[in-house]
Design a protein around this ligand. Sequence first.
Ligand code: NDP
Length: 450
Amino acid sequence: MPYVRDTLNNLKQSSPAQTEFYQAAEEVLECLRPLFQRCPHYLEHNIIERIVEPERQIMFRICWTDDNGKVQVNKGYRVQFNSALGPYKGGLRFHSSVTSGTIKFLGFEQIFKNALTGLSIGGGKGGSNFDPKGRSDGEVMRFCQAYMTELYRYIGSTTDVPAGDIGVGPREIGYLYGQYKRITGRYEGILTGKGLNWGGSIGRKEATGYGAVYFAQNMLTARAETLQGKTCLVSGAGNVAIYTIEKLIELGAKPITCSDSGGTLHDPDGIDLALLKELKEVQRTSLQDYLKTRDNAHYITADEYPADDHAVWRINADIAFPCATQNELTAADADALLKNGINCVSEGANMPSTTDAVNCFINAKIAYGPGKAANAGGVATSQLEMAQNSSMEQWSLEKVDEKLKAIMANIHQQCADTAAEFDDPTNLVLGANIAGFRRVADTMIEHGVV
Ligand code: NDP
């Protein structure tokens, strides 16, 4: 089908050096081929070229002063990708590796993820190449204030509602919100992931990790298996990883790893969740400090493995939850997982598996839940936060968790049904991409050429 190749080639010309974005676009467009064969009207409306182009991209300079009185300059981004289904929705990432291509890939994925939730949310993403790691609270606050001083004019509770992502947790959301309120004088739901005292939703912090585990549960149930007693590999040691581990323990599974940018922690007795939370949520320190209190655990530093191999995926277990960052699981890692008998992978992170790794999982026909389906619980619960803000209510944990479970079950069902409809019943990547795309594309057609 020439349209797919042409569109990808045009992207490379018009948006140079955005490799992560091409990777995300290629995966979606390749999956859509059978849909275009059955439904050529999507091509007639030229949805394919319209959907890969963001509606709006905002880039700005952020100047702030560090603790030594030195003026620092960072880049700021907000990509408002697609508003067919509702206000732009998607997190902010603060990490030194962030480029406009990173934000574009994340915003593009967000369109289809948000569509799969069945809720009224469009796709967007933002961030900065600022890294909060190693910065004092005062520095993080001044940076967040400077960032919001630019961003505030582009967001709103019915237009664009950012949230957290890598490097943006409750502390950063608080500083961003405070500055928005100071500038505008308004107290409204312009961010999600807010504190419980000031408009946040119970259960939002836990939602992405819990959702990834619920998605795994759904995949396993469809194969007459359960999580009970299963040994699990988890990567990352941030928000998504911690609450994946929490839910796994609650459901009787045994998570034995987590990781940070320095390396992999392996605790064969099962991760001590309270200790992990203390190290990462309170002290903000390295995972290596875990070894001070747990004798049986060991920490494998990242440089002990070649660039394309990751220690966390070489450990024997039943199920894998990649929860750190994009392309953290390569084809070599996927091979190792499959050889070790892994039969289920549920992605908490966005695009954590490389294209070749994804193909290994699809070909092996294991239960593989791609990030845009498996980690959609976070954004879905953000939308529940928006609903609570607009009705001035606060729901109980039971109510939020019940809704999260139902949303994850529904996403799984849509992916499985769509995969079956296109004669590839175990391929949830195909199912997720087609189901998400159809909802957005049908709406774009109904809205006319805008
Ligand atoms: P956090 O910042 O809380 O944690 C990120 C974790 O990943 C940290 O342990 C970090 O280690 C590690 N990490 C980050 N970059 C790298 C890297 N280049 N190499 C190795 N390890 C790395 O982020 P979240 O937990 O919120 O996000 C994790 C993933 O989940 C991301 O892909 C994000 O897009 C995705 N996601 C998050 C959602 C949310 O609600 N927060 C919603 C949906 C998806 P270190 O601290 O050493 O840097």
